[in-house]
Design a protein around this ligand. Structure first.
Ligand code: NAI
Length: 240
């Protein structure tokens, strides 16, 4: 088994990559900086004994993805699982949102998946098998003030996944989304304490999620345990 995890050296992406390595998968993880700058994380992923390839890749850049990802897949001998995890936020009220903040979020959080999926689909089609897992967000399901760009991108990802699941299901390729709720990572670490408390109040389980909570759902969607799950969205939000 070979799995690609974009943004796989920190946060949710890292937890997913680690759970896959622990389950015996070879990995291609993408980074935004030179892979050497994540040497500790890569060493930990390699400690499970599977092959781990790290490539620097801007997932928003179609030309770069079309060139580098197929090269990496060929070197690994194919691909079975693609996790589109890379994402950014550029929060602000729509009224004052800059065009750049809109475009950047749409590019990294939505177009990136178009880029990576087009690059790997030919390999999955050859095998007539594959699992594509797109990391959306509960914000893409419910909306959130101050995050119109992010919500639009993450809702777009849901629409794309449901459609692709229907396009590629007949070819043996499943596509699903995970919609995490409030997960403790670098992305959420800068939130004011008051806001964090407000979020926690809205979570039935009364705690924020961890990257491992999301990784468990990703492992399920990557494995044959979810062989009959396609074109779906699984919320991972503690009952928010
Ligand atoms: P994070 O900020 O720790 O990780 C984001 C990852 O995306 C990093 O590895 C970063 O290098 C990568 N990335 C950013 N721009 C990139 C680009 N242009 N090309 C390639 N990689 C790029 O944040 P976190 O929380 O681990 O987020 C992972 C995913 O989960 C994101 O898609 C995020 O939107 C989603 N998510 C996170 C939630 C949370 O509460 N933390 C809730 C719902 C969804």
């Amino acid at each position: 088994m070979v799995a690609i995890v974009t943004g796989g050296v920190r946060g949710i992406g890292y937890a997913i990559a680690e759970s896959f390595a622990a389950a015996g998968a070879d990995l291609i993880v993408t980074t935004t900086r030179e892979p050497e700058s994540s040497s500790d994380e890569l060493a930990r992923l390699r400690s499970y004994g599977t092959k781990v390839m790290a490539i620097r890749l801007n997932v928003a850049d179609k030309a770069e993805v079309s060139e580098k990802l197929p090269e990496a897949v060929k070197e690994m001998g194919g691909v079975d699982i693609l996790v589109n995890n890379a994402g950014i936020t550029r929060d602000g009220l729509l009224l004052r949102m800059s065009e750049k903040d809109w475009d950047d979020v749409l590019s990294v959080d939505l177009k990136s998946s178009f880029n990576t999926i087009q690059a790997v689909l030919p390999f999955m089609l050859r095998k007539k098998a594959g699992s594509i897992i797109n990391i959306s967000s509960i914000v893409g399901v419910n909306g959130n003030p101050g995050q119109c760009n992010y919500a639009a991108a993450k809702a777009g990802l849901i629409g794309m996944s449901r459609s692709l699941g229907k396009e590629m299901g007949p070819k043996g390729i499943r596509t699903n989304c995970i919609a995490p709720g409030f997960i403790l990572t670098d992305m959420t670490s800068g939130m004011p304490e008051k806001l964090v408390e407000e979020w926690k109040e809205r979570i039935a389980l009364r705690r924020p999620g961890t990257p491992c909570d999301v990784a468990g759902v990703a492992l399920f969607l990557a494995s044959d345990m979810s062989a009959y799950v396609n074109a779906q969205v699984i919320n991972c939000c503690g009952g928010m």
